[in-house]
Design a protein around this ligand. Structure first.
Ligand code: GDP
Length: 362
């Protein structure tokens, strides 16, 4: 496909103006939705062949199918994913979390460029269940990751704008498979440090990074103990200029805090480190930490074990969601539920009895 020239993009109605909802895909793919509709659809085989040849446009179109709510798109995307599975799994998947403003996109940009210079191919994905309301609050801004977004060896895809976290999680997990089959050997997944989305990212990554600001306090940063416990590394960001001393002090603090957690099943002791995305100080060391993790956990078998657990978790999660969906969408159940709700509210029957009654409904 011919790429749009810069002045053509600006003229296009699909180009992004300041203050308008962000594009669906930074890498020039906001036009994919339109193209998918206009073109005769390819077969699963054609998508698969394009993907394994590293064709970014076909990859983007396949991701659009994964994100679609149309059943025929979902079915086609499942065929493509099944074909791609054998070609996937060879990357390292790295999760990034931290409050807005902590420096996630800056670190992803600096680390990403560092790795591209080492000959790697990077895909950057996001999980943001709130993106439906905000029009894609993370990775949706074209000005972020400026250098990475124009690199041939980077593929950046904002969070799918779906309502439920479960939906966004499935789409991102499936997008990982497609990106890996397309030859991306490092997958970054970004999420904002609020709510349940960290758990979702943790459930699909090999290495989980928690980004923290020095001197801002845990509560201020909305970081719960559970999130700290999931981290394979805590990274104190913006360690440059006047901030260096504060960042070093924060390192000691977090090292002490992490000591209080029980030993990890991975055989890996979480590391605390400082990084500046501006000066690149600490970037090489951070990558060294991730490589070391990969080495240690591949040797002790935890890497594979974790991935297998994640796959099983995903299967049961999908079954759970599907059971719930079928149950609540059943018209008889829903009318019976309305009756039971009123009886529970009126105090005629107990919530427990009501639940038992509906579960026994044939
Ligand atoms: P995100 O919301 O977590 O993705 O954070 P951003 O990467 O957008 O960064 C938030 C702000 O912090 C921006 O104004 C950046 O310019 C600034 N920032 C990011 N990284 C650094 C850094 O390494 N040093 C300094 N001094 N500022 C940084």
């Amino acid at each position: 496909m011919r790429k749009l020239k810069k002045d053509e993009q600006n003229k296009s109605a699909l180009s992004v103006q300041k203050g308008i909802v962000a594009p669906e895909n930074i890498n020039n793919n906001s036009i994919q939705n339109f193209k998918l509709k206009r073109k005769t659809q390819k077969s699963a085989e054609e998508y698969f062949n394009g993907i394994i040849q590293g064709d970014i446009n076909i990859l983007s179109q396949a991701i659009t199918l994964v994100e679609s709510t149309l059943q025929k798109h979902i079915d086609l995307s499942q065929d493509i994913i099944n074909k791609c599975l054998l070609y996937s799994g060879k990357s390292i998947r790295i999760g990034f979390t931290g409050v807005p403003g902590v420096g996630k996109s800056s670190i992803i940009e600096t680390l990403g460029i560092h790795l591209i210079n080492k000959g790697k191919k990077i895909a950057v994905l996001a999980i943001d269940p709130s993106s439906q309301n905000s029009g894609g609050s993370i990775l949706g801004d074209k000005t972020r990751m400026e250098e990475l977004s124009v690199s041939e060896n980077a593929f950046i895809r904002p969070s799918p704008a779906a309502g439920s976290l479960g939906g966004v999680t499935r789409k991102t997990a499936e997008t990982i498979i497609l990106c890996e089959a397309a030859g991306f050997d490092i997958i970054f997944i970004e999420t904002v440090g609020v709510g349940q989305s960290e758990i979702a990212v943790h459930s699909m990554t090999d290495f989980f990074l928690l980004l923290m600001l020095a001197g801002a306090g845990d509560e201020l940063q909305g970081i719960k103990r559970g999130i700290m416990e999931m981290a394979d590394a805590v990274v104190i960001t913006k360690a440059d200029g006047d901030n260096i001393t504060k960042a070093k002090a924060a390192t000691t603090e977090y090292k002490n805090a992490l000591h209080l957690f029980p030993a990890n099943k991975s055989g890996w002791t979480p590391v605390v480190t400082t990084v500046s995305a501006y000066t690149s100080d600490g970037i090489n060391e951070l990558w060294g930490i991730i490589e070391n993790y990969e080495k240690v956990t591949k040797e002790n078998g935890y890497f594979e074990l974790k991935r297998k657990k994640q796959l099983k978790y995903r299967m049961f999660e999908t079954i759970d969601n599907e059971l719930k969906r079928r149950f609540y969408q059943n018209p008889e159940i829903s009318s019976k539920l309305t009756e039971l709700e009123s009886s529970v509210e009126a105090g005629i029957i107990s919530p427990y009895f009501a639940a038992k009654t509906i579960m026994e409904e044939k």
